[in-house]
Design a protein around this ligand. Structure first.
Ligand code: F6P
Length: 362
């Protein structure tokens, strides 16, 4: 089947590199295949409400280095459970057929969904309903299975690593423990990579529940070696042994309603209570999602965008483009969303961290 017109949308939390994918999809579709490209505004919300822009070459010029997404996004709107007004009353209804009718009336042959776990789940459901879909793996968390890396992750690690460099100098001057809380939801990838890069003394990740005594032991050990400061990186999903993750708030309409945050403060309070070592906390938050993508992410996002259009042309629907080794291949979307990719406790990366003296608080 000749593909004449494709739709593209960005779903879920934004992430550095989204614009590079949009640019690559648009350029490849127009330059190589003479297609038309439609961009839906604010992710799946735009698909349901038929809100879109036509993407052309001038429209995607000069965006490769820019963070965010020119199409807008939301991590709340799910066409299969969509907030609608019925006789003045708010009600969640399945609006997936309305979205499919919009695609049909616009003459769109199928959809490229740039998203993480939640958006790709929705993409899979559209695929099950017969829509031609190709996914592109996005998330700073790097927690999608079936791909080595998601774009955006390296930029987030870069931001966190730069923050650690800055915290080092102030920690050393004041002889303090400095804690940096980073994102990553239920996976410790950002914390592990940033901690390795930024010379952390302790890294706390959800995959390895910590004991506060072990953290304090490490801080004291450094004191004895005349290093009167310590740097701790805490993933927002880290938790004490026999304890729980710290939930900051709930966003009920979201695919995953839990918003984590606050574990850094808890660790700081516990350290001060038990050891009396002065401790400060920095929560890096959405700084990790904003700003310019690093070159690695721009290049990977471009490769993903090009590969997604090619997958479309080859009729590989229901798939997601994926990096495996140094090759971009396609994998079934369901392989990517079945389970979250977590840090393996026996991985070479964790062993390398332990070898250079980093404690995981275990
Ligand atoms: O999944 C990306 C992510 O940034 C997580 O690391 C974080 O827990 C969450 O999104 C924050 O979501 P929100 O933008 O709704 O605060």
């Amino acid at each position: 089947m000749k593909v004449n017109k494709i739709g593209v949308l960005t779903g879920g939390g934004d992430c550095p590199g989204l614009n590079s994918v949009i640019r690559a999809v648009t350029k490849t579709a127009i330059n190589l295949y003479d297609m038309e490209v439609i961009g839906f505004v604010d992710g799946f919300k735009g698909l349901v409400e038929n809100s879109y822009i036509k993407l052309d070459l001038p429209g995607v010029s000069g965006i490769n280095h820019k963070g965010g997404t020119i199409l807008g996004t939301t991590n709340r709107d799910n066409p299969f459970h969509f907030l609608t007004l019925q006789n003045g009353k708010e009600e969640y209804l399945d609006q997936s057929d309305r979205a499919i009718n919009n695609l049909k009336s616009l003459g769109i042959d199928g959809l490229i969904v740039i998203g993480g776990d939640g958006s790709l789940h929705i993409a899979q459901k559209f695929s099950d309903k017969g829509v031609s879909v190709v996914g592109v793996p996005k998330t700073i968390d790097n927690d999608l299975s079936a791909t080595d890396v998601t774009f955006g992750f390296n930029t987030a690690v870069n931001t966190a690593s730069e923050a650690l460099d800055k915290l080092h100098t102030t920690a050393e001057s004041h002889h303090r423990v400095m804690i940096l809380e980073v994102m990553g939801r239920y996976a410790g990838w950002i914390a592990l990579h940033a901690g390795l890069s930024g010379g952390a003394d302790v890294i706390l990740i959800p995959e390895i529940p910590y004991k506060i005594e072990k953290i304090i032991e490490k801080v004291h050990q450094r004191y004895q070696q005349h290093k009167k400061f310590s740097i701790i990186v805490v993933a927002e999903g880290a938790l004490p042994e026999n304890g729980e993750m710290v939930v900051q708030k709930l966003v009920p309409e979201s695919h995953d309603p839990i918003r984590l945050g606050g574990i850094g403060q808890k660790v700081a309070e516990d350290i001060e209570k038990i050891s009396n070592v002065e401790t400060r906390v920095t929560v890096l938050g959405h700084l990790q999602r904003g700003g310019q993508p690093v070159p690695y992410d721009r290049i990977m996002a471009t490769r993903y965008g090009v590969a997604a259009v090619k997958a479309f042309v080859d009729g590989e629907y229901g798939t997601m483009v994926s990096l495996q080794g140094n090759k971009i291949i396609t994998v079934p979307i369901k392989d990517a969303v079945e389970e979250l990719k977590k840090v393996e406790l026996t991985s070479e990366l964790v062993e390398a961290a332990r070898a250079v003296g980093i404690s995981f608080g275990d």
